[in-house]
Design a protein. Structure first.
Length: 389
């Protein structure tokens, strides 16, 4: 199965330091005979990984593997790239070669255990993941802490012992004791919601989605997790709380597995999830209402498109959802899915042409109008914008 590309992993301490770690390994490791070629190819890889389309990165990787085929740091890098972009069996193979290499420094081995743990979880082998993460944990230090964090994130540590697990065709829902939600109803509503979302995205998931339903966000945060809810799409993993929309986090997972988003943007990624939150609401009315409450009288879609986290969720989510709905309504499903891999404004212009200019102008004009008061107390009114993930 082909596998989509990198998406931001905002709560991923291990991933965040991956490239810096590789630089450290290169600086400290004994110099290989082909030092120049090795340094050059790995430099090329780092640059390509951050900025280039997948086929370009793949070509640099293949060149690097021809140049230094048995270098543990390169094998680790190749394993990490495959873990992000697939295929997962190749990720596993590269990472096991690191662990079988007698020349791999301890820190490289520890990182390989960590990555292999994540990869095996994504391959629906939680027992194998547990063993690898335990090995990474035993190495101590920052990577050991990262392994401990993953064991908790993935539901593999001892703290979930008294949780109840229910399964359906595409979901495994794990419910914390005392959660004020009927577990059977929750499972059924999410399974139905996923089928609805998949009707659009049509993605094949590599495993069932594991949903951890907490009593409250505070409980999860006390255990060390980020505020709820959030999804880890590559892992088909969601941590949720009562009261979230049915679809938002499921849509993150479905979208991830449906496209090849090598250039995601916050506006489109969150806008897509919010557009598929399955709330029965008029998107324009909702966006106007939320902006009005926030005291925002006008928006620049172009500025929001360039946003990297500065704009509040109360603006990004409803405006993104409105924009995504209009792109789909105006251009159709196939064009939207063709646009998704490169979510930049420039690519939207290439895919949608003049239609994009019209949609942006209409959206900015429509959002500058106040929300209609008559609709403000309809039963469909959501109490808050979709939660972060
Ligand atoms: Zn989200």
């Amino acid at each position: 199965m082909s596998r989509p590309a990198v998406q931001p992993r905002p709560f991923d301490p291990a991933r965040a330091c991956a490239l810096a770690f590789l630089a450290l390994v290169l600086a400290l490791a004994p110099l290989a005979p082909c030092t120049d070629a090795r340094a050059q190819t790995l430099d090329d890889l780092r640059r390509a990984y951050d900025s280039q389309p997948p086929d370009r990165v793949e070509s640099v990787l293949q060149s690097a593997l021809r140049s230094v085929p048995d270098d543990p740091a390169l094998l680790l890098f190749a394993g990490e790239m495959r873990a992000d972009r697939g295929p997962l069996p190749e990720a596993e193979s590269f990472l096991r070669r690191v662990l079988a290499s007698s020349g791999a420094p301890p820190a490289v081995r520890q990182r390989a255990h960590l990555e292999l743990g994540r990869t095996l979880y994504e391959r629906d082998d939680p027992a194998g993941a547990h063993a690898q993460l335990d090995s990474a944990l035993a190495g101590g230090g920052e990577l050991g802490q990262a392994a401990r964090w993953y064991l908790h994130l993935l539901g593999l540590d001892g703290s979930y012992g008294d949780w109840r697990t229910l399964e359906s065709e595409h979901l495994r829902v794990h419910v914390q004791p005392g959660t004020p939600v009927d577990p059977e109803w929750f499972l059924g509503s999410r399974e139905d919601g996923l089928k609805e979302i998949q009707g659009f995205f049509g993605a094949q998931l590599p495993k069932k989605i594991d949903v951890y339903l907490w009593r409250s966000s505070e409980d999860a945060q006390r255990s060390g997790l980020p505020p709820l809810g959030f999804a880890r799409p590559s892992m088909c993993l969601i941590h949720a709380r009562p009261g979230q929309s049915r679809g938002h986090e499921l849509a993150h997972v479905a979208e991830y597995w449906a496209d090849l988003a090598w250039r995601p943007t916050r506006l489109i990624r969150e806008g897509t999830a919010a557009a598929f939150d399955l709330n029965a609401v008029d998107r324009l009315w909702f966006a106007r209402t939320v902006l009005q409450r926030a005291g925002v009288t006008s928006v620049s879609v172009e500025q929001l498109w360039a946003d990297r986290g500065e704009a509040p969720e109360t603006v990004i989510y409803p405006v993104g959802a409105l924009l995504v709905r209009r792109l789909i309504d105006r251009g159709g499903r196939d064009r939207f899915l063709a646009f998704l891999p490169d979510q930049s404004l420039e690519n939207a212009g290439r895919v949608y042409g003049d239609t994009l200019t019209q949609i942006i102008a209409e959206t900015e004009r429509d959002l500058a109008q106040p929300a209609a008061p008559a609709q403000q107390d309809t039963p469909e009114k959501p109490s808050a914008p979709a939660p972060p993930s």
